[in-house]
Design a protein around this ligand. Structure first.
Ligand code: MEV
Length: 438
């Protein structure tokens, strides 16, 4: 059972580990051994990892896999994916191959606008607030000049500041809605620093605005923070091919396959329970590339799901149609990504992942990530409407089950052959394992 502790962050790494062992591990030596096993022998590298967060006691690995053969806008990409789920990289590779033979993926960045807001309370005359804002807007921009200087030199910076009256949703609530162009940076720190400077200046200027009463001058800044909902930082990725070329090894004609596929998406649009799982499959591909490239997958997840609900109910992030004998399948998704700053210049594997992708700009990365999501969804829906998901999924999961059972290499080889033409089930593997061990 956990015990409260004071000053934990002040303890050395060894002291933290000992505290953990004392209070949480059944087998202290074994727990400490595992934590040590995952530490990097290279002390410089370990100290880099230690400094990413507070209270680092070890490292937590995920496999880094590679999905080759992604033809995107007529250029080949080899995509690095950091993920633990057995079938994701295999599915990405399969989709890449499938669409490579049908013209590849086409992508377009529809916008790169980021958003941040200063949320504040004001209970006075709204007209006066608007007049005040109009007058001081240039000063708000001036207050951020030091922060935005480098970004402006490269063509980015603050694109707009707008006063929004939100009092219909919450009495007294207004906001400064700011938009940004952050180029190749994800821009979270840049945006938040700008917003805090804007908020400070806004509050100070209010003191000198003579039309305000003493009460009106008392604007309460509640918070200044970027928004992870970026509906104008959106990328589209699509595939298409004539129905006849969709012919499959699954016993369906191209037309039958396309119609069933479209129906599967219609079901996701009609039923949020299905849509959440459908989009989870998309995020399998998206998160894996986002993680490998050192981006913030929580921000991407939050923004993507909000976008999926933008029409008032939660829907599929992908779409499909048949038009003039051609099957079209596409995704539109907000992706605020960076290829400079943050972990991108710190984490050695992130740097290498970006090198594998030929050092993409943020816009290029948006396109690659959207393709990974679309490819993943294609593979999942294709399996679901034909063989079912378990055939491929459990085949990839087989090694996990065998590792749990402590199988030898020889036994693993036996099982791979055994399941070549059968569907893997957990209980089936266990009973066959017991049989051969006997
Ligand atoms: C599993 O991680 C993802 C799927 O459930 C996605 C889907 O159902 O579309 C297979």
């Amino acid at each position: 059972m956990a015990k409260p502790v004071n000053g934990f962050s002040k303890l050395s790494k060894e002291e933290k580990v000992n505290w953990l062992a004392e209070h949480h591990f059944k087998n202290k030596e074994e727990g400490i051994r595992i934590l040590h096993q995952y530490l990097n022998e290279d002390t410089k590298l370990q100290s880099l990892h230690d400094d990413f967060i507070e209270n680092t006691i070890s490292n937590f690995y995920l496999p880094l896999g590679i999905a080759p053969n992604f033809l995107i806008n007529n250029t080949y990409y080899t995509i690095p994916m950091a993920i633990e789920e057995s079938s994701v990289v295999a599915a990405a590779g399969k989709s890449a191959k499938y669409w490579q033979q049908r013209g590849g993926f086409k992508t377009t960045v529809l916008g790169t606008e980021k958003i941040g807001q200063v949320h504040f309370m004001y209970h006075g005359d709204t007209g006066k607030l608007h007049t005040f804002f109009k007058g001081i807007k240039p000063k708000l921009l001036k207050a951020t000049e030091d922060i935005t200087e480098n970004m402006r030199k490269r063509g980015g910076g603050i694109s707009s500041i707008e006063l929004r009256d939100k009092t219909n949703s919450l009495p007294g609530y207004f906001q400064l809605n700011c938009t940004f162009e952050t180029l190749d940076a994800m821009g979270a720190n840049f945006i938040n620093s700008c917003l805090e400077a804007i908020a400070k200046s806004f509050k100070e200027e209010a003191q000198d605005f003579t039309d305000f009463t003493t009460e009106e001058k008392n604007i309460e800044i509640v918070m200044s923070i970027l928004s992870n909902y970026v509906p104008n930082c959106v990328v589209k990725a699509e595939v298409s091919c004539p129905l006849a070329d969709l012919n499959d090894d699954k016993g369906l004609s191209g037309k039958e396959f396309a119609e069933k596929f479209i129906r599967a998406i219609a079901i996701a649009n009609a039923e949020p329970h299905r849509a959440v799982t459908h989009n989870k499959g998309i995020m399998n591909g998206i998160d894996a590339v986002v993680l490998a490239t050192g981006n913030d997958f929580r921000a991407i997840e939050a923004g993507a799901h909000a976008y999926a609900a933008k029409e008032g109910s939660y829907k599929s992030l992908t779409h499909a149609k048949i038009e003039d004998g051609t099957f079209y399948f596409w995704i539109e998704i907000p992706l605020a990504l960076g290829t400079v700053g943050g972990l991108t210049s710190l984490h050695p594997l992130v740097k290498l992942s970006l090198e594998i992708l030929d050092r993409p700009s943020a816009k290029e990365l948006m396109q690659i990530v959207a393709v990974a999501g679309l490819a993943q969804n294609f593979a999942a829906v294709r399996s679901l409407i034909t063989d079912g998901i378990q055939k491929g999924h459990m085949k990839m999961h087989l090694m996990n089950i065998l590792n749990q059972l402590g199988a030898t290499d020889k036994e693993k080889e036996y099982f791979v052959n055994y399941y070549r033409d059968k569907t893997v089930t957990h209980s089936g593997v266990i009973s066959e394992f017991e049989k051969i061990r006997k």
